[in-house]
Design a protein around this ligand. Structure first.
Ligand SMILES: N[C@@H](CCC(=O)N[C@@H](CS)C(=O)NCC(=O)O)C(=O)O
Length: 222
């Protein structure tokens, strides 16, 4: 039996969704973020030393890192359903987007979340300085990278409709989190209709909705 160690409002939502798309049996072990720090509870470190979600266990295997989990589940149990054939051009695109999600799209999104928090939550005494430093980092590095990523993602979706090609794949599931995060944290709006349409399409998939029911509340941090 596959177990998903699922942290509320987190990347592990993607794993539940993938398992629903594949029609696999699995169990969900839920963990709650600390409401003040938003960090995962220490119990997750008993499952994997880094204590970050998602983690799956499957028999003797314990696997962390959402891209690795997506690739493992699609290859091991997908029977070709959500991964393009090896050797095809789509497979290379699939690989690219599987890695792009965490390697390129997520870092500026996380930085935006952190700098926005520094701006709004620093102690009053130092807030003007904190705001100035955070504002410079946002303007000089974070926001331009988010814009470039969004332009690129929008233009790539224009080619085929889904990230790896004409067919929906596990790469779209992996990319859903950064697209949702750009929408929730600022950056993505109606000026990029293809990405907005991507969100509409994924949110209307029955498996996506079933995964939300299994995982509980899903609202991305801002
Ligand atoms: N690159 C990792 C990131 C894992 C990660 O940072 N997960 C977040 C949830 S979205 C987490 O566990 N945060 C709580 C914490 O850092 O304590 C992945 O894709 O699995």
């Amino acid at each position: 039996m596959i177990t998903v160690h699922h942290l509320n409002n987190s990347r592990s939502q993607r794993i539940l969704w993938l398992l629903e798309e594949l029609g696999l049996d699995y169990e969900v072990k839920r963990y709650q973020r600390n409401p003040q720090t938003m960090l995962a509870p220490p119990e997750l470190r008993a499952v994997h030393p880094l204590g970050k979600s998602p983690i799956i266990t499957d028999g003797d295997l314990t696997l962390a890192e959402s891209g690795a989990i997506v690739e493992y589940l699609a290859d091991r149990y997908g029977a070709g359903k959500l991964a393009p054939a090896f050797g095809s051009a789509e497979r290379v695109r699939y690989l690219y987007w599987l890695h792009f999600a965490e390697g390129t799209a997520q870092p500026p999104s996380l930085l935006k979340l952190l700098f926005d928090r520094i701006k709004s939550r620093s102690p009053l005494l130092v807030r003007p300085i904190a705001r100035a430093i955070a504002g410079r980092a946002l303007a000089s590095y974070v926001l331009p990278n988010i814009e470039r990523n969004l332009d690129f993602m929008e233009s790539e979706l224009a080619k085929n409709g889904w990230f790896a090609g004409a067919q929906f794949s596990a790469a779209d599931i992996q990319m859903s989190f950064p697209v949702e995060a750009y929408r929730a944290r600022g950056g993505l709006d109606e000026k990029r209709p293809r990405l907005m349409h991507f969100l509409e399409k994924i949110h209307s998939r029955p498996a996506y909705r079933r995964a939300i029911e299994r995982g509980g509340e899903y609202a991305l941090m801002r």
